[in-house]
Every structure is written in structure tokens, then in C-alpha cells.
Design a protein around this ligand. Structure first.
Ligand SMILES: [Zn+2]
Ligand SMILES: [Zn+2]
Length: 217
């Protein structure tokens, strides 16, 4: 089966699709927030949603209805009015997702809706699988905080880790340890570039994880 996206029956080529997910509680219930993106020559579909569960495996066989996709969703440059997703054959690495939805017209006074249908094979990965301070390599778990935000009409609470532990904040001049595995970066594996007026860093750890970004503060 080749993945496809159709708008009113016209097929748009899709080269890759992925889902990133994060544990997120909603109204006191454990769940996962997910962000789906399919792209071809340009971004074709992106949307976000929330479902109860603890890992992507809990999505297997589930239908998720998103009544107010909002600005988190778009198709070929237009907004989605509503969308339903059906998940199948979900593992920690991939998921088959069927999408049925309605697309708003470009002109907001135009009430007509186009039909979105898609069948996608998505790569699946967690949003942030990092647990190490980039200054000292130490664990960050105990410094986790909770942040509330709206995703596709769901008010979700997400666990957020800082980039630096309190001891390293303000004293770290360059990334020294891989945030994913805690390995030290070799001095020649860290490079710098300008990033919006600040110094941005690119680094690659001995295990091949890549870090890219500025230091906070
Ligand atoms: Zn630290
Ligand atoms: Zn690493």
C-alpha cells in the first residue's frame, strides 16, 4: 500500500509522514498528545490531537475525532474544519493512519468544504527523549515542571525538562554533554553558528545523537 492524500479526490504525492508524541494529561486523565505531519514536495497535511493512554501503542485500533483542529492543523495551505483519525498497526516505530476530514475554503466567507481523505504510514517517535543536562550530563528528572497549553482544542498538561540543571544555568558556555544519552561531546564535535542574534550550537555525540540549538539565558 502506498501512502496517499486526496483532496476532493485529487491525489497529492506524499513522500514521508511522521507522528511525534508526548505524554500529556487532559482534565486529569493520562493521555498522549500527538502531532502528525505528512509532506511531499511541500508540507501536505499537519494536525495535532490528544487521546487517552500512556504510549502510542494505546492508539492501536482507536478512532480519534478532532472537532476543533484550530491553527494546529492545515492541509495544502488551508485549515481543517474537522477531522477523524483511525489508527492501526501501531508500534513504537510506526503507525498506519487513515484520515477523513473537511477542509475550509480559502475565502472565510465561503461555506463550502472540501473532502480530505488520506492513508498514511507514519514513523513514530517521542517529542523529547532527553534526560541529561547539556552542561554536566546529570539527570534532569527532578527539575521537571508542568506546562499547560491548548492543542487542537484540548487543554493538556505536559512535563517539561529544562536544558540545563540549576547548577549549570548561567555558568555553561557551550554544550558539553549529550542531552539524550549523557555522553561527553568531543571538543571538535561542537560547532557554532548564528541563531537569531545568539550563538547556536551543533554537536554530535559518540553515539550519533545530534544536538542543535542555543543555550538558554
Ligand atoms: Zn548541569
Ligand atoms: Zn548521545
Amino acid at each position: 500500500m502506498a501512502p496517499w492524500v486526496r483532496i476532493d479526490g485529487d491525489e497529492l504525492p506524499v513522500e514521508e509522514a511522521r507522528i511525534v508524541w508526548s505524554p500529556a494529561a487532559c482534565a486529569g486523565e493520562d493521555g498522549i498528545a500527538f502531532w502528525l505531519r505528512a509532506s511531499g514536495a511541500r508540507s501536505v497535511v499537519h494536525l495535532a490531537g490528544w487521546a487517552p493512554g500512556e504510549s502510542p501503542l494505546d492508539l492501536d485500533g482507536c478512532e480519534v475525532l478532532i472537532d476543533s483542529p484550530g491553527p494546529d492543523a492545515g492541509v495544502d495551505g488551508r485549515f481543517l474544519a474537522r477531522v477523524g483519525l483511525r489508527f492501526g498497526r501501531v508500534s513504537h516505530e510506526r503507525a498506519v493512519v487513515s484520515i477523513d476530514g473537511e477542509i475550509e475554503a480559502l475565502d472565510p466567507s465561503d461555506e463550502s468544504r472540501a473532502v480530505l481523505q488520506a492513508d498514511l504510514i507514519c514513523r513514530v517517535s517521542p517529542v523529547a527523549d532527553r534526560d541529561h543536562c547539556i552542561g554536566c550530563g546529570g539527570p534532569l528528572d527532578r527539575y521537571a515542571t508542568t506546562r499547560d497549553e491548548f492543542v487542537a482544542g484540548f487543554r493538556i498538561s505536559q512535563r517539561v525538562l529544562p536544558v540545563l540543571c540549576p547548577g549549570c544555568t548561567g555558568t555553561t558556555e557551550r554544550p558539553r554533554f549529550c542531552p539524550k544519552c549523557g555522553c561527553a561531546f568531543a571538543a571538535d564535535a561542537v560547532s557554532t553558528h548564528g541563531e537569531e542574534g545568539r550563538i547556536g550550537y551543533m554537536a554530535r555525540c559518540p553515539q550519533g545523537h545530534e544536538f542543535s540549538g542555543a543555550l538558554p539565558g
